[in-house]
Write a protein that binds this ligand. Structure first.
Ligand code: NAD
Ligand code: ZN
Length: 369
């Protein structure tokens, strides 16, 4: 069992990682005061797959009846937040209560925002059940929901009290969801961990087969990297932007595909490929390093096609990204594996050219792996 600490303005919280951690959930939850009510927030699908393990691990500390809500991206909205808050009121949840979010990034983001706003804030524990949630969304305190106008537009920075991540919970995760998380692992390697990247290159087959040893080395490395970054820059005023590598165009692909064609990590896979070409075009990256990144992306598996998605559609979407300032996009580009620059402005003509080249580059990288 490993414990990684994340610093916030309001103190630190531990991220406990380990196979079998869920069996000891009761012990971890015992840090909260006696008699406090703990409510599980989850989705029907997650609960079908993980509920029994959670209840067995938490024992009598949590309410046996979880509050379940749809975790489709289309349900990540204020109506769902309202419905959960009303259920909490009806269940008698008071200010001392603890909410235990069991699920992927959608459950975590929604439950996190409920915790931030219900009775002006109640305590929160994350039990992430997807790879993306274990290495990314449960750490760093970003919570929130979507509006019809865009993704994650309403939310709060609201750190949890505790995160318990157990790779056993990933066993039931569909293969495509798991692979989607691996693109985010590639991102971590590129932005700050050469050894992690080397490991991806050497062990991708074992990682994709979810061999316990391979997975157990990967996840805590990503957690450490993210924990280190958000501990230095909780509110994304600087360094935290490096986590956005591959996400500027990634988010644009997600939106252009109506959140159906690509899973988040897949869109990021395309975004990483584009950022790599942009690094090459601006002479930050040399060709061998760029090829390594492109091959790593290709080795995760085939990305859903980008045919029919034109630069003319993507470019305005990058300008509307939450992270753009006054329509000016700050790109995150790699200077070599393990090193990135952020806040880089680029001519749109260059970005448009790179988008056109993407399908050919992806094909070449698949052939070369
Ligand atoms: N807050 C952050 O910092 C942050 C970071 C990254 C992503 N996100 C958000 O996270 C969301 C994506 O999260 P995600 O990739 O974890 O996917 P998800 O929450 O959409 O879950 C994907 C699917 O897998 C199912 N599932 C979850 N765990 C399972 C399990 N153990 N077994 C079987 N099925 C399971 C879910 O029911 C869902 O159908 C997006 O909304 C994104 O904006 C937030
Ligand atoms: Zn992401």
């Amino acid at each position: 069992m490993q414990t990684i600490s994340v610093k916030t303005g309001a103190g630190s919280y531990p991220v406990v990682f380990g196979r079998g951690a869920i069996r000891r959930l009761r012990k971890f939850l015992a840090r909260f005061d006696d008699g406090v009510e703990m409510f599980v927030l989850s989705s029907p699908r997650v609960w079908r797959n993980c509920g029994r393990e959670i209840l067995r691990g938490a024992g009598t500390l949590v309410h046996r009846q979880p509050i379940l809500f749809d975790d489709a991206e289309s349900a990540k909205n204020l109506q769902t937040v309202g419905a959960i808050c009303r259920k909490l009121v009806r269940a008698g949840a008071d200010r001392r209560c603890v909410l235990v979010a069991v699920g992927g990034g959608v459950v975590g983001d929604v439950a996190g925002f409920v915790a931030a706003s219900y009775l002006r804030g109640v305590r929160l524990v994350h039990v992430p059940t997807t790879l993306v949630a274990q290495i990314d969304s449960s750490i760093g305190g970003k919570t929130g929901v979507d509006l019809p106008e865009g993704k994650n537009l309403v939310g709060a920075f609201y750190p949890p009290q505790l995160v318990v991540a157990d790779p056993n919970l990933l066993r039931s995760l569909p293969d495509r969801q798991y692979r989607s998380g691996i693109y985010e692992v590639v991102k971590y390697g590129v932005i700050g961990d050469v050894k992690l990247f080397d490991r991806l290159e050497r062990n991708m087959a074992a990682i994709l087969r979810r061999e316990p040893k391979a997975v157990e080395l990967l996840i805590p490395r990503c957690i450490r990297l993210k924990a280190g970054i958000v501990s230095k820059d909780e509110r994304e005023s600087g360094l935290r932007q490096v986590l956005n590598f591959g996400h500027t165009l990634g988010h644009a692909f997600e939106t252009a595909g109506n959140y159906r064609r690509y899973l988040h990590g897949e869109a990021v896979g395309w975004g990483i490929l584009a950022a790599t070409l942009l690094g090459l075009a601006t002479a930050r990256l040399d060709l061998p390093e760029a090829q390594r990144i492109a091959r790593a992306i290709a080795s995760v598996g085939g990305l859903p096609s980008i045919s029919g998605i034109r630069a003319a559609k993507l470019l305005p979407l990058t300008r509307h990204d939450k992270k753009a300032r006054a329509g000016r996009v700050g790109w995150v580009l790699s200077r070599g594996i393990g090193r990135v620059d952020w806040g880089i402005e680029l001519p749109e003509a260059l970005v448009a050219r790179v988008i056109c080249e993407l399908p050919d580059v992806a094909r070449l990288a698949r052939g070369a792996r």
